[in-house]
Design a binder for this molecule. Sequence first.
Ligand SMILES: C[S@@+](CC[C@H](N)C(=O)[O-])C[C@H]1O[C@@H](n2cnc3c(N)ncnc32)[C@H](O)[C@@H]1O
Length: 377
Amino acid sequence: MMIEGLLPSATEIDFVSRAELDLLWDIVLSPYHLQVVNFSLENGILEDINKGVDALAYCTKKSREVGHQIDVIVCFLEHIGLVVSREGKLQLTDPARKLLLRSSRLNLATLCSDHAIFLKGFPYFKELFTSGLEQARPLWSTLASLEELKAHFARRVPFEESRRPYRWSSAWLLVRPYLRRRLSDFRRVCDLGSGPGAFAAQLVAVAPDLHALAVDINFGYTEYLKTSLDDIASLPASLRERVTLQACNVMHDRVPESELYTANRFISGLSRVAARGWLEKIFAEMPAGSVFAGCDFFLSGNAEHDRFTSRLFIYNVSYGQSLMADKNNQLPTRSEVTWNPPWSFLELRTLFTEVGFTDFYCEEADGPMGYIEVRRP
Ligand SMILES: C[S@@+](CC[C@H](N)C(=O)[O-])C[C@H]1O[C@@H](n2cnc3c(N)ncnc32)[C@H](O)[C@@H]1O
């Protein structure tokens, strides 16, 4: 993958408002709007409009070219807030320019394309009312046997590989809440369940004194490790020298020593049954005074924010339900399908505090996301 252009600076990241990101999340979490935007992205409609086009002439020509009613698409793009029509000319709005153009370093088009998979779940939503999904998620817990875990994640590598572009282009979204913390207090960070190392690279890009160790079970698989190392090697020297990748099964292996531990989009994968055991394990392994933080899909207690989180959860479980309904489906992620509602800040505060962590801090982030931070006394 060509990574270099994908890592925006802190100033660029800060230049995007929460309202702009909430608009994009709102689109992503609306099955209808998501289809409009994905169609527009696939057919280069936003790129065309960015050149400045006459509405009527463009819609007529493009409709002929692609064989669809482009005026209908443009009409929806206006409703959604991505396009405006002024005196017969079409223009992109600021969020469309910043977040959906190929030339933008903040391009989040993969957020739209990656979430298209969830549309398969739409017809299965109502089955959730009768299906009674499992609650335990043994593969994402300290309770899974080592052999089972290795075999499962080996089968899962192609799925993770397909999400690599999304992980890289959305890493700056995860970094946003960290920008408001005192990153200069730390020299070393260990990112747990890191994915390809994208967050680690983006974090060191905004924190010049930080060295990151990204650990993931996937680095134990040769191909995934090799592609991830190639990605890191393509970064400028000032960044690649400060990012290390290491295979680690964070459920069974001891976590490496660090000052700051991060786990993004990881806690949301832990069930109510599994979370305490894992937090007790890492609490015992973390050095005194170190900090644990995570940006993830959490409920904050504010209904305006939590509607986003709930809609993402609906996507997840409905898609899971579609996998369960398809008896021939061999996808490894099928065995991870459970009823695992998002964690709330309140629940997390209680859990982390009971485990022994102190200084619980939480903050809403964009769309369905939230940030938490605790200290290991
Ligand atoms: C939802 S992804 C999040 C990746 C990355 N943190 C991000 O936000 O882009 C969860 C990651 O946790 C990793 N993971 C799951 N179980 C693990 C385990 N027992 N040990 C280490 N990594 C694990 C997966 O391989 C996957 O890369």
